[in-house]
Unconditional design. Structure first.
Length: 226
């Protein structure tokens, strides 16, 4: 009995030591794991912050650029730049030859004052003045023209014309050739005209050729992504 108690007394300290070692090992393991997790999180945070700073520097560079030139270059209503966690954007507005909405299907438009419909002052250099259809300039669907009639015209058209004709006088086209575009008239020229045909591409190309894009003041915004 005495021998058993002696062995039990020796076993208990050894057992306690083992348990202590296991506990300490577990604690140190948890500490190292927690430390590694903290280091990993810190690296992620630093990387996120670094990307944010880089994005911010790029945005500042864009802000310093000429927004008017960017509008003229991109020709869009909204210009957007995205850099990682930041989006920078601003708006542009277009002005063109067409003050009123451009024609979408009408080949003849009755007007009282053409200057309420077309910005002829800004694009005066593109206007050709004619006294007969023979004076119409060469044109195409890709390169339409603008002509203003200075008097009555009632004659054959000898070549196809693509573009806009403006008149305050009697105007009638005859012959085998056609005009593709829109006739603006303050004189009552409303009638079925076989030689006059609306063509959308002509109107669209006139707008592209005679339009300007402007930066909309105070429209810039900076958005941070979450």
């Amino acid at each position: 009995m005495g021998s058993f108690q002696f062995r039990l007394a020796r076993f208990q300290p050894a057992s306690s030591l083992l348990v202590s070692l296991i506990i300490l090992t577990t604690i140190f393991s948890l500490i190292f794991l927690f430390k590694d997790d903290l280091i990993s999180r810190e690296k992620i945070t630093q990387n996120y912050y670094q990307n944010y700073l880089n994005s911010k520097l790029k945005v500042f560079d864009k802000i310093k650029q000429n927004k008017q030139q960017e509008c003229e270059h991109q020709k869009k209503e909204k210009i957007v730049f995205e850099f990682e966690k930041i989006k920078y954007q601003f708006n542009c507005v277009q002005t063109s030859l067409f003050i009123q909405p451009k024609p979408t299907r009408d080949k003849y438009i009755a007007v009282d004052d053409i200057h309420r419909w077309l910005d002829l002052d800004t694009y005066q250099q593109a206007v050709v003045y004619i006294k007969s259809l023979a004076e119409l300039p060469n044109s195409s669907e890709q390169a339409p023209r603008i002509a203003i009639a200075l008097n009555d015209i009632d004659e054959n058209i000898t070549k196809d014309f693509y573009g806009i004709i403006i008149t305050d006088y009697y105007f009638d086209i005859k012959g085998s050739r056609k005009m593709y575009g829109v006739l603006y008239s303050s004189f009552d020229n409303a009638r079925e005209e076989r030689n006059l045909t609306y063509r959308r591409a002509v109107v669209d190309n006139l707008e592209k050729m005679h339009s300007q894009w402007h930066y909309l003041t105070h429209s810039q915004t900076i958005l941070n992504y979450d």
